[in-house]
Design a protein around this ligand. Structure first.
Ligand code: G3H
Ligand code: 13P
Ligand code: ZN
Length: 311
């Protein structure tokens, strides 16, 4: 099966009350861990690549690895640019074989966001590629840029119809209280999402796929495992799994996960070295790291996203 866009996946997910997992990939072990999990669970999949991932691994390496995963799994896989911030990077990914791109104009004014997004949509749609836009600004770290909680802003539901209509985007990322990175809520703070905003967006855009960024749960056992083996992570609180499940039953069709993958990988590598301080063959510590990613992704597909068995 060739790479697919997310159009069909989102249509089925919306109707079926579940969401597709969009997992960030940076190397072979991450891609294998995720795709082996999806293969076992028969889940449709979005593999997403950030500008930082392209810089780290090079576009061509990631593309070839994803093509290998496609051949190995036979699953519908969509390859997506995460947080493209210029027309040029979106064009480069479209020309380089991605089936979906995000143009993140959320740091611009509404008018400039519309103009930039429209430019990308025109280029993408002419080539059969789909586009995710963003309205509202999440807090947290993206590509080493830290957006403080004060600079973050919830999506204004009154703007969504005009944005979608003027840009022609295929899906929309909104800000309802999730944030990027491992430190989403302060210790003692009760995690909360603005489901009222999601409901209002859904009412204004019936049937339209919504995207949640910053949706890692910051799995406590991974943070504890890191700290039990020499790490020094402060207390971290993520998005509770039941809230993500609730969002997936609503208009949210794509849920972005990166930090949990990083934690899974780091936790098992730290534990491995604590237990085997004499090891120096990368295969020795990357094998359990890949297995831990696989286990995490299986859990997400079944318990959080509900997309197992839907491929
Ligand atoms: O939202 C950002 C993603 O976690 C990607 O992070 O830009 O460090 O690759 P990155
Ligand atoms: P997390 O940092 O919560 O994993 O979010 C990832 C993300 O939104 C990628 O675009
Ligand atoms: Zn994001």
């Amino acid at each position: 099966m060739p790479l697919v866009t997310s159009t069909e996946m989102f249509k089925k997910a919306y109707e079926g009350g579940y969401a597709i997992g969009a997992f960030n990939v940076n190397n072979m072990e991450i891609i294998q861990g995720i795709t082996e999990a999806a293969k076992e669970e028969r889940a449709p999949l979005i593999l997403q690549v950030s500008a930082g991932a392209r810089k780290y691994a090079k576009h061509v390496y990631l593309m070839k690895l994803i093509e290998a995963a496609l051949e190995d799994t036979g699953l519908p896989i969509c390859v997506h640019l995460d947080h493209g911030d210029t027309f040029e990077i979106c064009k480069s990914c479209i020309d380089g074989g991605f089936t979906s791109v995000m143009i993140d104009g959320s740091h611009h004014t509404f008018e400039d966001n519309v103009a930039l997004t429209r430019q990308v949509v025109d280029y993408a749609h002419a080539r059969g590629v789909v586009v995710e836009g963003e309205l509202g600004r999440l807090a947290g770290i993206e590509d080493a840029v830290n957006v403080s909680a004060e600079d973050a802003s919830y999506t204004n539901p009154a703007e969504v119809e005009e944005f979608v209509q003027k840009t022609g985007v295929d899906s929309l990322a909104i800000a309802i209280g999730t944030s990027h990175g491992a430190y989403k809520f302060k210790p003692g703070q009760k995690p909360q999402l603005r489901f009222d905003i999601l409901e209002e967006v859904q009412r204004r855009l019936p049937g339209f796929p919504i995207v949640l960024h910053g949706a890692s749960s910051v799995i406590p056992e991974f943070v504890a495992m890191i700290n039990a083996h020499g790490g020094k992570m402060p207390d971290a609180i993520g998005i509770p799994e039941d809230m993500l499940r609730q969002a997936a039953k609503m208009a949210v069709c794509k849920i972005n996960i990166d930090s949990d993958l990083r934690l899974a990988m780091t936790a098992s590598i730290r534990r491995h070295f604590a237990e085997h301080p004499d090891h120096f063959d990368p295969r020795q510590y990357l094998t359990p790291a890949r297995a831990n990613i696989k286990e995490l992704v299986q859990r997400k597909l079944k318990n959080v996203l509900g997309c197992d068995g839907k491929a």
